[in-house]
Design a protein around this ligand. Structure first.
Ligand code: LMR
Length: 330
């Protein structure tokens, strides 16, 4: 082999080896605050599986559940700083970023089931909300479901009067604050990772969450009563650091987009069933008494909580609320 050929071959081998080594450098750290065995936890694992498959290992996804890396507020800061690349915070947690639109999802009784909700998340209203994140250095990729919330405490919660003076843990949403105030309760913003202990020690009396979160955090072990009120929705925006995402090679981003679309379909497909299973497991555990609202009680809840919509119109935007009402044909 002559010298020129040998040198060219050596260069070719070096390049061939260098390409995968370079490409493997992409790691997506995906931080979240709930248990792996929840709709969000499972969708995150599905994204990891598909992203690694479709990029043929060029992208590695590390999922950190249960606030292992960051708690509620810190995780958004970490994303903006680029310490993590992907999150799926609850829609109730975007207010501190200066974006209150997502709090519309917290309005009591704004959605009557997943089908109505989907009209918003899959339509123009949802698209517009995700686009607002770009100014904050964040790209919104999808809406992920959890489910409809139940209220819990150590005392029965049958009518709005039962909430009087109870300290209720909420996420950092002004709408949820208004909701608890409307019931006569005292809202307390607290990170998700601290809720179990706060309930156990009596720092707060009660809380609200979909069954999947309540069960996987064992909140039912420290709450004697729960009401199947389905008074509000809890879901997520799947988000990434925009600079990171835009800087990815186009083919890699296309593979990741495909993984996002399929993980979203998977997660949103299992959310209801996961919540139904969690509720049944808590009923079987027998530690909490679950109450179904009577028609009269439901009317009293609706009457107490629907004024929150008007009260929050200035913050969220009356037009946005109207668009949601129009999309859901109310
Ligand atoms: C909560 O803080 O109650 C929820 O947002 C947790 C979650 O991410 O589902």
């Amino acid at each position: 082999m002559n010298t020129i050929l040998r040198t060219s071959l050596a260069a070719l081998v070096a390049v061939t080896l260098a390409v995968p080594a370079l490409a493997q450098d992409v790691t997506i750290k995906f931080s979240h605050v709930v248990a792996p065995d929840t709709p969000k936890g499972k969708a995150a694992e599905k994204f990891k599986e598909l992203a690694e498959k479709y990029t043929e290992g060029k992208v590695k996804v590390e999922v950190y559940p249960n606030s292992q890396l960051y708690k509620d507020k810190e995780e958004l800061e970490a994303l903006q700083l680029g310490a993590v690349q992907m999150l799926a915070p609850s829609l109730a947690k975007f207010g501190p970023l200066g974006i209150s639109d997502f709090e519309a999802f917290d309005l009591p009784y704004i959605f009557d089931g997943y089908d109505q909700l989907r009209k918003v998340t899959d339509g123009e209203v949802g698209k517009g909300m995700l686009a607002k994140l770009e100014d904050k250095g964040i790209k919104g990729l999808a809406f992920w479901d959890n489910g409809f919330k139940i209220m819990s405490a150590n005392s029965k919660l049958h009518t709005p009067d039962d909430f009087l003076g109870l300290k209720m843990r909420i996420q950092s949403s002004k709408v949820l604050e208004a909701q608890m105030n409307a019931l006569g309760a005292v809202p307390q913003v607290m990170a998700f990772s601290e809720v179990y202990q706060a309930l156990q020690t009596g720092v707060v009396d009660g809380t609200e969450n979909p069954p999947s979160n309540m069960y996987t955090q064992k909140m039912h072990e420290v709450q004697k009563h729960a009401t199947l009120s389905n008074h509000g929705y809890l879901g997520y925006a799947l988000i990434v650091n925009k600079k990171f995402w835009d800087g990815l090679p186009e083919d890699v981003r296309a593979s990741l987009d495909k993984a996002v679309a399929e993980a979203t379909e998977y997660g949103n497909g299992i959310a209801k069933e996961e919540n139904d299973k969690a509720l049944q497991a808590m009923k079987d555990a027998g530690k909490t008494e679950f109450h179904e609202l009577t028609p009269e009680e439901k009317t009293a809840w609706v009457e107490a909580l629907t004024p929150v919509r008007e009260e929050m119109a200035d913050r969220i935007g009356a037009d946005l609320i109207k668009s949601i009402e129009a999309a859901t044909a109310q």
